[in-house]
Design a protein. Sequence first.
Length: 353
Amino acid sequence: MEGVLSVEDWAEIRRLHRAERMPIKAIARVMGVSRNTVRAAVASDRPPRYERPARGSIVDAVEPRIRELLQAYPTMPATVIAERIGWDRSVRVLRDRVAELRPAYLPPDPASRTAYVAGEVAQCDFWFPPIMLPVGCGRWRAGRPELTADCQAFRGTLGAKVVVCKPADPEAKGLVERAHDYLERSFLPGRAFAGPADFNAQLAAWLALVNTRPRRALGCSPAERITADRAAMLTLPPVAPQTGWRAQSRLARDHYVRLDANDYSVHPAVIGRRIAVMADLARVRVLCDGQVVADHQRSWAWHQSISDPGHIAAARAMRRDRVTALHRPPEPEVQIRALADYDAALGTGGGVA
């Protein structure tokens, strides 16, 4: 029985089938897998993922009772819940389930974000972590290129091949480096840019002009050559490859999420709940249960706090409501008298005519 296909093998199978037009039987022989595995990889538009089969828990049977207690008393300790439901198993298992369920019954946590005035306080430290961090889509390791899982998934969806050039290899990278030199000599001089969008707009307009000029090395213009290139390219798959940056976490009390050294505000109503952060080159969006709770223009500066005025106002209102609730006097106790007392006072005798 074959295990789960790795993302790298899945990507290579799709490349051999789409780009090399290799038959399934030959791919199975080259990759050392069964033909059914090859067929499944070719039919799959997404990279394989290992998912452990869901297993039941001993807490499942008492979860409805736990929810009833949390509905009435959201802050009830797990030890008290264990006593109320007659739990005689490991309290650690019960405590984990209570911690998972409790945020759904607690009132929204008051938003809080610590800020300091410039020059008010400073904290310094040195850190030299003994680790290596991947910062790109691929690298050379042990004499062979190594791609990240995200890059393997991208190329596998397209059925393409990625070639990682070695450092200091002018024969392999000379073409693109000459293009960079051309941009620095012909495009950048004398130009000013208001931001990334303005840079891209000016570059696109300039390329639309210069790509129509004939090149001696090509014998034609780049605009003429791209037509032949597109005719030889593979068609795009029915499902586009996943791009951008995605992550999931639980929203902290400061109701901000960090992306690329910048902080983006999120509506404080979802503090303590699971959120999904999605970003591309233009926008940063945050979703909770499928609903958009933050939508910002992406900032390419560093160490910035991007705040939505609506999020700030909501956080201020939550803090104000909490202070009001804490200082509200308790409701006076009103005695509930028996109906017989009213009958005696009115002289009705409580009888039925």
